[in-house]
Design a protein around this ligand. Structure first.
Ligand SMILES: C[S@@+](CC[C@H](N)C(=O)[O-])C[C@H]1O[C@@H](n2cnc3c(N)ncnc32)[C@H](O)[C@@H]1O
Length: 233
């Protein structure tokens, strides 16, 4: 992964942190020795128009394919993969420390139903076939609070339209956020583009909801008294 990042920096570019602290030697070793076995990055770099999403993901033996974008330290991704062995989970994350952490757990727990993508998610999104994914989740994307940074937000009109294209069913794409501003921003995209984005709903999550409290970032927000908004489309 580290070699790909230096050879193809555009694919890994992102406005936030890519590596927050120096990677430990053991994480560098794990990434160098095992990342290519579980990752889609090389295949994405060499993809041809003939490669189907099923071939890219090697998903033919699985019942469903679920994507989690920006998995952070991977807690929800690992937990989901362990509880649903017949489902293939594709984890997208640009934060190298998070990728290394997940890779370590994949090896320790011998997890066979996770594929990783360390590139900026848009490169994965751009090459997936229409109606090829069963579910997509973005758990608390970076909020980018300042108005001048709104253009950095991952959930924008262009990406929503692409997500609607790749996800098979309605109401199978989920975004959670503790930012009321981001929630309003996405709702505004939905309502001003109602001819393209027909079906969507939203709610404030509570304890019994499936995606409530599933990640460290989300739990920290809950502890600080924030509401968790969920948008579904
Ligand atoms: C606020 S954190 C939330 C992490 C995790 N979902 C959680 O709730 O703990 C957002 C994560 O999304 C990742 N991210 C942001 N933009 C991304 C992109 N374009 N492609 C892949 N990952 C991205 C960041 O590196 C970061 O780890």
């Amino acid at each position: 992964m580290l070699d790909l990042r230096s050879k193809f920096p555009d694919y890994y570019q992102y406005h936030g942190r890519n590596i927050s602290k120096k990677l430990s030697l053991s994480n560098v070793r794990i990434l160098n020795d095992y990342y290519s076995k579980y990752s889609l990055d090389k295949k994405i770099l060499n993809i041809s128009s003939k490669t189907s999403t099923e071939q890219l993901l090697q998903s033919n033996l699985f019942k469903k394919v679920i994507i989690e974008v920006g998995f952070g330290d991977g807690e929800h991704l690992i937990e989901s993969a362990l509880s649903n062995p017949k489902v293939l989970f594709v984890g997208s994350e640009v934060y190298v420390n998070g990728v290394a952490k997940v890779l370590k757990q994949i090896l320790e727990k011998d997890i066979k139903n996770i594929r990783l993508c360390g590139m900026n998610f848009v490169y994965l999104l751009n090459i997936l076939n229409q109606n090829s994914i069963d579910e997509l989740k973005i758990i608390n994307p970076d909020p980018w609070h300042k108005k001048r940074h709104f253009k950095r937000r991952l959930v924008n009109l262009e990406n929503i339209i692409k997500i609607i294209g790749i996800v098979k069913n309605k109401y199978a794409s989920y975004i959670t956020t503790d930012s009321e501003s981001y929630f309003n921003y996405i709702n505004e995209i939905f309502s001003s583009n109602s001819k393209i984005i027909h079906e969507n709903k939203n709610k404030i999550l509570s304890k019994n909801d499936r995606l409530y409290g599933v990640s460290r970032y989300q739990r920290k927000a809950i502890k600080n008294g924030k509401k968790i908004y969920q948008l579904t489309f």
